[in-house]
Design a protein around this ligand. Structure first.
Ligand SMILES: O=P(O)(O)OC[C@H]1O[C@H](OP(=O)(O)OP(=O)(O)O)[C@H](O)[C@@H]1O
Ligand SMILES: O=c1cc[nH]c(=O)[nH]1
Ligand SMILES: [Mg+2]
Length: 211
């Protein structure tokens, strides 16, 4: 597993507003999109492209197009959905699969309530979207689904990660074919499994408390 922590003043600035408890949902949602734009640029550095012949107004040339089969984006519902628009702004050619997961508040284990992924993802570059990497259980389970489907290159884009979650991902996926791009690596988890300092419950801040 490879970890890349974005180290950029603009990302730090936007993350600080995002974390602030006074930031309300409309601003929170648009900041998530802006941050995902910036992180997607980094995450797509190794995007597969193929040669394509075109003619400019001046001459013929060979340019690049994103290779087929097209990459697959996988937002982890709910909070990962808040990252999809920002991701697709930069990667409009992607197809999208969905995984719905919810952490059990007592055990902190993820419970999967939805899964709609292509059966075979063996030739697809996969991009998992989830703002929070806490214990790592939700991301690890999603990466497992993709590996079961044959995925060989998986990049997760997260906003905040805890060292505990990074360690779990490293243990479960020691090979370099799993990468994580994260805006900030925080201190750790509190007793309720929340990231400290974190930003609270990302799903609730995007969409409101579900119950
Ligand atoms: O690393 P983990 O310990 O698994 O925690 C991270 C997960 O927790 C949050 O989802 P949550 O379960 O709150 O669901 P929600 O997105 O519907 O709010 C978050 O969006 C991640 O999916
Ligand atoms: O801090 C956390 C941990 C898990 N899920 C969240 O939304 N926030
Ligand atoms: Mg939540």
């Amino acid at each position: 597993m490879q970890l890349h922590v974005a180290n950029h003043p603009l990302i730090d600035h936007k993350m600080t507003i995002l974390r602030d408890e006074r930031t309300e949902s409309p601003v929170f949602r648009s900041l998530v999109s802006e941050l995902v734009n910036l992180l997607t640029y980094e995450a797509s550095r190794d995007l597969h492209v193929e040669d394509v012949a075109i003619t400019t107004p001046v001459t013929d040339m060979v340019g690049k197009h994103v290779s087929r089969p097209l990459p697959l984006a996988v937002p982890i519902i709910r909070a990962g959905l808040g990252m999809l628009d920002g991701f697709l702004q930069l990667m409009p050619h992607c197809e999208v699969g969905f995984v719905g997961m919810r952490r059990n508040e007592d055990t902190l284990q993820p419970e999967t309530y939805a899964k709609r992924l292509p059966d075979d993802v063996s030739d697809r570059q996969c991009f998992v979207l989830d703002p929070m990497l806490a214990t790592g259980g939700s991301l690890a389970a999603t990466v497992e689904f993709l590996i079961e489907g044959g995925a060989k290159e998986i990049t997760a884009i997260c906003l905040v990660a805890a060292p505990e979650g990074v360690a779990l991902m490293q243990e479960r996926f020691p090979d370099d074919n799993v990468r994580i791009i994260v805006a900030a690596l925080d201190e750790g988890l509190n007793e309720q499994g929340f990231i400290v300092p974190g930003l609270g419950d990302a799903g609730d801040r995007l969409y409101g408390a579900a119950e």
